[in-house]
Design a protein around this ligand. Structure first.
Ligand code: WT7
Length: 646
């Protein structure tokens, strides 16, 4: 009877159990880990922290003065030392740390010994420029080995790095450099993208013209494009590296000293500098990387995220290198020169662990199996997903066409702020359901609560919260502790509010449903509606703007903008184009609205609030809900007409 019932379940309703041969060898085989960690989470994390190298042990695991946490109080540690030096004692020194393939097909392998030499040399370059402990360095670079070298060099001398994704505009870069007050910016002449060289240094020049703190710009030669160099300010990476000695003493960092700042979008116009510190962060990323990806010494691990996002920080650089992993670093796009480029990379380097985003998976689905079947993917043994909810259809396609029904899928829920994965299966023991990130990691307390902050029953829906501090939690918003407390710890008493909605199913599994705040998730990248709105109203033609995220088949969500125009300005297709480029110029290409809808007026409540829910209904073509609270119901009619006219 029971079996029959299971047979009748649709594939997306089935439970996928870890296969026995995988489980038998898995790093985590004992399901007791959940209870053990739950019974004493401080002890669990202390055990994980022991696996790192500490110059001095901590006196206390956790000091919690809500909402401010200190982990491994009194402990002394260096992240770079843990990612490199401790691998140099034995045979691992000759192990590949980074296998790089550039978009044009160029290759470079750096062993751990090579990485030591390059990183310590660049650390000496930075020291020579007067960078000392606590001085933030901004890094604006493509996916090339030098970006990892620059990050680790900063970590070595205790200079917090602040990476700015290469797709961000010069204005976005300028604001981030100014907030961090960086003296040094590290960049490249350009980046390869689908056969073209895209300039980066030009953006830096434009940005830095309005950054009084910047004294030096270090430029890596990547594309060889003609590049303006300011004789006093700019230096070529290859020139300064020639003269730099190798070997550099790691700075003895306090567990709570800042490792990096990473800017992310929030609900207001100004991006937040998320602050991560050293000991707890490194503990959690190393531990979760080992356990979730079931890391083995011989694995070749590939995370496709750009290093400019948190996924790149935690699971391309710090977690993997702390664990002595061989990391694949790839510069290019998935469809250049052909749509099988990713599969070619997997085949060529025998990648065994592969971590990518649902938006990419949906694109591969669209391109079809023709491309995946062309290549030998048999080296793969585990697949990961991150960035947004993965729809069951994409999960099943990934499972079948990439994993050949033989690789566990780990859907990992987390955020820039959480630093490391919070909700994900342990691949050897946790049965998975397509579309669910399953359950909190051992030692992590996540729940779904109602408006009042009461846990919902199984089967219920509510807000995703974290109820206890965790080692890799953000410590504050750079220079703005009040904003930290208000944004994350004021919605529910004593709990961290994630900004996500979620469902807890009958088995207690968590199904993350996406943001419930004014943040849009486009292809796994966060964009604040307020940022796009303020870019739009800066344009001389725009009077008022409202921006929402609407469902998008490939990107998950797309930016949809509604604007009203100033007196005397007429709507025209050129203006729409102009507004779109204006947003791209202000923020970056990823914030460019998919469509802009012109309205006589935006729908508002009688108290003057823009009704975003209604705009979302309009953009997604849903039947309209209750509009009785609208100040002027005719506004909606006009908007609907406008939309169908598009
Ligand atoms: C937001 C965080 C750290 C991952 C990269 C994005 C969404 C992320 C999942 C997932 C459902 C997910 C959430 C979250 N998200 N991973 N596996 N399932 N949603 O980091 O830019 O800080 O964005 O991405 O909405 O709040 P981020």
């Amino acid at each position: 009877m029971l079996n029959q019932k299971i047979l009748q379940l649709a594939p997306e309703e089935q439970i996928y159990h870890p296969n026995l041969s995988f489980s038998a060898r898995a790093n985590v085989r004992d399901a007791q880990i959940y209870e053990r960690a739950g019974a004493n989470f401080e002890e669990f994390w202390a055990e994980e922290a022991q696996k790192l190298h500490w110059f001095r042990p901590w006196d206390k695991v956790l000091e919690w003065q809500s909402p401010f946490a200190q982990w491994f109080v009194g402990g002394k540690i260096n992240a770079c030392y843990n990612c490199i030096d401790r691998h140099l004692e034995g045979w691992r020194r000759n192990k590949a740390a980074i296998i790089f393939e550039g978009e044009p097909g160029d290759q470079l392998v750096l062993t751990y010994q090579d990485l030591y030499r390059e990183v310590t040399k660049f650390a000496n370059v930075l020291l020579g420029m007067g960078i000392t402990k606590g001085d933030p360095v901004t890094i604006y670079m493509p996916m090339i080995p030098q970006v990892v070298i620059a990050m680790l060099a900063c970590a070595r001398i205790g200079a917090p790095h602040s990476l700015v994704f290469g797709g961000f505009s010069s204005e976005a870069l300028r604001d981030r450099i100014n907030d961090a007050e960086s003296k040094v910016v590290v960049t490249a002449d350009g980046v390869w993208r689908r056969g073209k060289s895209i300039p980066l240094k030009q953006n830096v020049d434009t940005a830095v013209a309005e950054c009084p703190s910047v004294q030096k710009v270090v430029v890596v030669q990547r594309t060889g494009a003609e590049t303006q160099m300011d004789a006093d300010r700019d230096v070529w990476y290859h020139d300064v590296m020639k003269a730099a000695p190798s070997g550099c003493k790691p700075e003895i960092m306090d567990a709570e000293d800042i490792l990096f700042i990473l800017y992310t979008s929030g609900t207001t116009g100004r991006p937040k500098g998320i602050v991560h510190t050293t000991g707890g962060y490194l503990t959690a990323v190393a531990s979760t990387h080992r356990n979730i990806f079931d890391l083995k010494e011989e694995d070749v691990y590939w995370c496709t995220a750009d290093v400019g996002w948190i996924t790149g920080h935690s699971y391309l650089v710090y977690g993997p290198l702390a664990n002595g992993t061989t990391v694949m670093l790839f510069e290019g796009a998935p469809d250049y020169p052909e749509r099988d480029r990713f599969w070619e990379v997997i085949e060529k380097y025998k990648v065994s662990l592969f971590y990518t985003a649902p938006t990419a998976i949906r694109l591969f689905m669209k391109w079809g199996e023709e491309w995946t079947n062309k290549r030998d993917l048999s080296s793969l043994r585990l697949l990961g997903s991150v960035g947004e909810p993965i729809n069951p259809e994409a999960w099943l396609w990934y499972h079948k066409n990439i994993g050949k029904e033989n690789c566990p899928i780990v859907d990992t829920w987390w955020q820039t702020e959480t630093g490391s994965v919070m909700v994900a299966p342990l691949p050897g023991i946790t049965p998975t359901k397509p579309g669910s990130a399953t359950m909190p990691m051992p030692g992590v307390s996540v729940d779904v609560v109602d408006e009042m902050g009461e846990p919902v029953e199984r089967g219920g829906t509510g807000y995703l919260v974290i109820t206890k501090p965790w080692p890799s939690m953000l410590r504050t918003v750079y220079k703005d502790p009040q904003r930290y407390a208000d944004t994350y710890w004021s919605r529910f008493e004593g709990m961290y509010f994630t900004g996500d909605g979620a469902r807890k199913d009958e088995d207690g599994y968590i199904w993350v449903q996406g943001r419930v705040d004014d943040v849009i998730n486009v292809s796994g990248h966060r964009i604040g509606t307020a940022e796009v709105e303020s870019a739009l109203v800066e344009h001389p033609a725009v009077a008022e703007a409202a921006v929402i995220g609407r469902k998008h088949e490939l990107k998950g969500q797309a930016v949809s903008a509604f604007v009203t125009l100033r007196e005397g300005i007429a709507w025209a297709p050129e203006l729409e184009k102009d507004l779109k480029s204006h947003v791209a110029k202000k923020i970056g290409g990823l914030a460019r609205p998919e469509e802009i809808i012109c309205a006589w007026e935006l729908p508002k409540t009688r108290s003057g609030k823009i009704m975003r829910r209604l705009l979302r209904d309009i953009a997604e073509g849903r039947v309209l809900g209750d509009t009785s609270t609208l100040a002027d119901p005719t506004v909606v009619k006009q908007l609907l007409n406008q939309k169908t006219a598009l």
